[in-house]
Design a protein around this ligand. Structure first.
Ligand code: CU
Length: 157
């Protein structure tokens, strides 16, 4: 009787210990998982920061004058981000919109500097990513400027 009782007590103690051990492991596991999530988040932010820093891309300085664009390059890689730095070296207000060739709906511009009237001597920049290979244009949408020649064919390859 005595030995049976103590064996039963022992078994119960063992079950309790196993239960405690499992609970402890669950807790540790949960904490571990939490830490992992934190690490993932931490790991993700520098990566996305690097990506958005990278999306600034190669810098292209474009000079705006009456009535033309001067750019060191007119051929771009599609899908690649370029930082377009527009400087108004003229005497009138200008702007720079990037359109798919023939498009003039400003809401469909591929890119544009954040001001529609960049003053003489001022600079503004934007990030341009030409979505696919094809023909595009730099256009100044100040009334009359395109007609006076202020547009430039560019292309994406
Ligand atoms: Cu203009």
């Amino acid at each position: 009787m005595d030995s049976a009782t103590s064996r039963g007590r022992g078994r119960r103690l063992a079950i309790v210990l196993v239960a405690l051990a499992s609970a402890a492991m669950l807790l540790l596991g949960a904490c571990g998982g939490g830490d992992k999530k934190t690490d993932d988040t931490k790991a993700a932010s520098p990566a996305s920061t690097a990506k958005s820093g990278g999306s600034g891309g190669e810098e292209v300085k474009v000079k705006l004058t009456e009535y033309k664009f001067d750019t060191p390059m007119t051929s771009f890689a599609s899908g690649k981000a370029y930082k377009i730095e527009a400087t108004n070296a003229g005497v009138m207000e200008h702007n720079l919109h990037v359109f798919k060739k023939g498009e003039r709906d400003e809401s469909k511009a591929v890119a544009k500097i954040p001001t529609a009237d960049l003053g003489a001597g001022k600079s503004a920049s934007t990030t341009m990513t030409l979505p696919a290979a094809g023909d595009y244009e730099f256009v100044c949408t100040v009334p009359g400027h395109e007609q006076l020649g202020m547009k430039l064919d560019i292309k994406a390859t």
